[in-house]
Design a binder for this molecule. Structure first.
Ligand code: XCC
Ligand code: SF4
Length: 626
């Protein structure tokens, strides 16, 4: 089937196609080549019925019923699939939540030893404090921050059975009651992740129901815990995003400039690099080497953090990371954690590009290691930018080809920015929903996946939904896809249905709103929760749905699960490795709806998916009597 896998079939984006062509011509291997080499992929793995948890394995269950139906220990397909799923959720929760911890620790360092990260947003600090019941009147920002740090770290370490403080403070009463009744209220972020590992180790929990329930609990610890903490503390330290302009796609790279691509997830690093890139001394140095200046751009979620807060251009999403280097114009790609292909080092070898790894927990063989340390953040950031600048003379001009493709994009839709745009309350949005001008809201999240034509599902699903008067909010690689395809422009409202179009025009906003990086999915939860409180209902009663049309990472599995746990029907555009168990599949796609008010819905075709999501939203409207 992939014999004639053309660049146009790999991505819908012209700039991406152009770079795929260049890579092919120059014999540079990319993700699509490696996927092709993997085919056919293992059927057992695709179904999730392979177990490697103990050394009696690997064991696999014959899905057709002819071969073995149990592993050596006696585990069935149901147990194996459920265990694999819970481990994926735990890994995803760990990624987001450890990131959240790092931000809290950065603030702690600031308070105790004075890092170069002062508190930038005192208003946000006070807002978060008030939510958590921390007194603010007459207190210094540092005192308030100290209490917040303690509460956040407590959510990672407390040993009682009570729900974590952040989830308790942010989720509405009705939702919390559902969690308490079902026994899925998380007690401690780290503990739920550890318990996921404990339950799924050899010979412990074998009941798909209790396993999945614990997976749900772990996901809530992420969405309403670790990710939420990451977002809130980042806003405190780096500022809450405001509506503003930016640019997206490979075309943001500049031929005459030193190009630095900042790739990964944690803004603790990227915030400092873009500062250093504006250092007059380093710009002078760049000019000495014949460049016009320094062009620092983002990639993946850390790029979205920068786009949201500073309007920094973003060079691409997950499947474009190798292609940025293929332009031949990148002096350095600076990486920290998550979604970074180890192949970058190999692609970089074909050019002068230096891959610089910076996180103490992520080392890339063949990269330059400049490990980050908050206390010396400014100095290290300058060192990194200097490495890039000094690499400029090594660029081979004959190998440079930067595609023209880029688009302008409005972003920065934090909950605070949305409220401000609406005049301080969600009322105008809620009224538009009640009146039916806007039928409902869909939150779209997540990745690219080499198995899915790059950006295709994101764009087709978004287009189809806005045509039907559904407002879209979203994060992650979806957001970059929309930014690249011009969807984040107010004029794109022309493509929306009449109702949504009129609301967008009145407010001057696009029909799809960029809410940030993947940890910022927590912003969507907060927004949904606010709406539920205003209307006196639970999130599960609202005309909402979620989707991860090109899901890839374990983090996306975790996000999808906490959407479901928050009472939201959540579409997946790729068949997850759980279908090898009838029971687990039924639990996730049907029973969950009766238990937590949300469920998964699997559909690779985005047009069909849109129809189901629209029907779901209409049924919710009917139940609400609107
Ligand atoms: Fe990674 Fe966050 Fe997925 Fe994109 S959307 S592939 S997780 S960069 Ni977060
Ligand atoms: Fe096989 Fe059971 Fe060991 Fe898994 S835990 S590898 S099913 S024996």
């Amino acid at each position: 089937m992939l014999k004639d896998w053309k660049p146009e079939d790999k991505s819908i984006d012209k700039a991406t196609q152009e770079m795929i062509r260049k890579a092919e011509k120059e014999g540079i291997e990319t993700a699509w080549d490696r996927l092709k080499a993997q085919l056919p992929q293992c059927g057992y793995g695709q179904l999730g019925v392979c177990c490697r948890i103990c050394m009696q394995g690997p064991c696999r269950i014959d899905p057709f019923g002819n071969g073995p139906q149990k592993g050596v220990c006696g585990a069935t397909a149901e147990t194996i699939v459920a265990r694999n799923l819970v481990r994926a959720i735990a890994a995803g929760a760990a990624g987001h939540s450890d990131h959240g911890r790092h931000v809290v620790l950065a603030l702690k360092e600031t308070l105790e030893h004075g890092t170069p990260y002062p508190i930038k947003d005192e208003k946000k600090l006070k807002d978060v404090a008030k939510k958590l019941g921390v007194p603010v009147e007459g207190r210094k920002a540092e005192e308030i921050a100290k209490d917040l740090v303690e509460i956040a770290l407590g959510d990672f370490s407390k040993q009682d059975e009570e729900i974590i403080k952040f989830a308790d403070a942010y989720a509405n009463k009705k939702r919390k009651e559902v969690w308490k009744k079902t026994g899925v209220a998380p007690r401690n972020i780290d503990r739920e992740i550890v318990e996921s590992m404990h339950r799924t180790t050899m010979g412990v929990d074998h009941d798909p129901l209790s396993l999945v329930a614990h997976g749900i609990k772990t996901s809530i610890a992420d969405g309403w815990g670790g990710s939420l903490i990451a977002t809130e503390f980042q806003d405190i330290l780096f500022g809450t995003p405001k509506i503003g302009k930016g640019e997206a796609n490979l075309g943001v790279l500049k031929e005459d400039y030193v190009n630095i691509v900042i790739h990964g997830h944690e803004p603790v690093l990227s915030e400092k690099i873009i500062e250093a890139a504006q250092d007059p001394e380093l710009i002078e140095l760049a000019k000495k080497y014949g460049a016009k200046g320094i062009n620092a751009v983002g990639m993946c979620c850390t790029g979205l953090e920068l786009l949201m807060r500073h309007g920094t251009p973003i060079a691409g999403n997950y499947l474009q990371q190798e292609l940025a280097i293929v332009t031949g114009a990148v002096e350095a790609m600076v990486v920290d954690v998550q979604c970074i292909m180890p192949s970058l080092v190999d692609v970089a070898r074909c050019f002068h590009t230096k891959i610089i790894d910076t996180s103490s927990l992520a080392t890339f063989p063949g990269a330059v290691h400049v490990k980050f340390d908050e206390m010396r953040a400014d100095e290290i950031a300058r060192e990194i930018v200097r490495i890039a600048v000094e690499n400029f003379p090594n660029r081979n001009k004959d190998k440079v080809q930067i595609p023209k493709g880029k688009s302008e994009a409005i972003g920065g839709f934090s909950v605070e920015a949305i409220l401000e745009a609406l005049g301080g309350t969600l009322k105008p949005l809620e009224e538009a929903i009640v009146s039916g001008k806007i039928r409902g809201v869909v939150g779209i999240v997540g990745c690219n996946n080499a198995k899915i034509r790059h950006n295709h599902n994101h764009i087709v699903l978004t287009d189809e939904l806005i045509k039907n008067d559904i407002l879209i909010i979203g994060t992650g690689c979806w957001a970059t896809a929309c930014a690249e395809h011009g969807i984040f422009l107010p004029e794109y409202a022309e493509k929306a249905g009449e109702g949504l179009k009129s609301v967008c025009k009145a407010l001057g906003i696009p029909p799809a709103l960029n809410m940030g990086s993947c940890v910022d999915c927590s912003r969507m939860l907060v927004l949904a929760d606010l709406m539920a409180r205003d209307l006196g209902v639970d999130i599960s009663d609202l005309p909402l749905a979620g989707s991860a049309p090109e899901a890839m990472t374990e983090k996306a599995v975790c996000i999808g699960t906490y959407f479901v746990a928050s009472g939201i029907l959540t579409h997946l555009g790729i068949v997850p490795p759980t279908v090898g168990s009838v029971e687990v599949t039924k639990l996730l796609t049907k029973d969950a709806m009766n238990i937590v008010g949300g469920a998964f819905y699997i559909e690779p075709d985005p047009i069909k998916a849109a129809k189901t999501l629209i029907d779901h939203i209409e049924s919710k409207r009917k139940a609400l009597g609107i």
